[in-house]
Design a protein around this ligand. Structure first.
Ligand code: CU
Length: 180
């Protein structure tokens, strides 16, 4: 009776030791090379451009900016807000189909750049919406756009203005008071 009990507890101990060892291994693995970079350091923004804007309304015009955003880290990175030197405000927008028309609206929770992946901001998709633009932006001009990430770090890029007439999305009703 006593011997049998001994054997069983030895078996349990071995099992516990093995479990502990694998838990330790797992921990060692996941903390091997912690990515301590800020979101901005993990992100590369390329091909930034902005739609040229010729006629600016007295109360400010609107245009959109685009880029390819790559994430070199093992975690998703989120763009939570943005600003620009030529706009009063910049919103993060997406384009959605609604009742047969395409409409743009603010992205809920910001723009996600997946781990080891990228987000392509382009006409017809996610974009920076520059609102309250008070001067015209001509093809070839550069405007400064700063993206702010979830952890508070920021990345500033110079976007080149281009004439672009495709994908003129409708503005959703809450987008503007300029509807006639
Ligand atoms: Cu928009």
């Amino acid at each position: 009776m006593a011997r049998r009990h001994q054997v069983r507890s030895a078996g349990l101990t071995a099992f516990a030791a093995a479990a502990l060892a694998s838990a330790t291994l797992f921990t060692a693995c996941s903390t091997d090379s912690p990515d301590t970079r800020s979101d901005a350091d993990a992100i590369t923004v390329s091909q930034p451009w902005v739609k040229a804007l010729d006629d600016v309304a007295a109360d400010g015009g609107m245009t959109s900016a685009f880029a390819v955003v790559e994430n070199d880290s093992d975690r998703d990175v989120r763009i939570v807000s943005a600003s620009s030197d030529v706009a009063k405000t910049v919103e993060l927008h997406e384009v959605v189909e609604s009742g047969g028309t395409t409409t743009m609206r603010e992205v809920d929770g910001g723009i996600v750049v997946p781990a080891k992946g990228s987000a392509t901001l382009d006409p017809g998709g996610e974009h920076f919406m520059l609102m309250g633009v008070t001067k015209s932006i001509r093809s070839g001009d550069t405007v400064t756009i700063t993206a702010r990430f979830d952890d508070g770090s920021t990345e500033t890029v110079e976007a080149i203005a281009r004439d672009f007439n495709g994908n003129q999305e409708n503005y959703s009703p809450e987008h503007t008071g300029e509807r006639s």
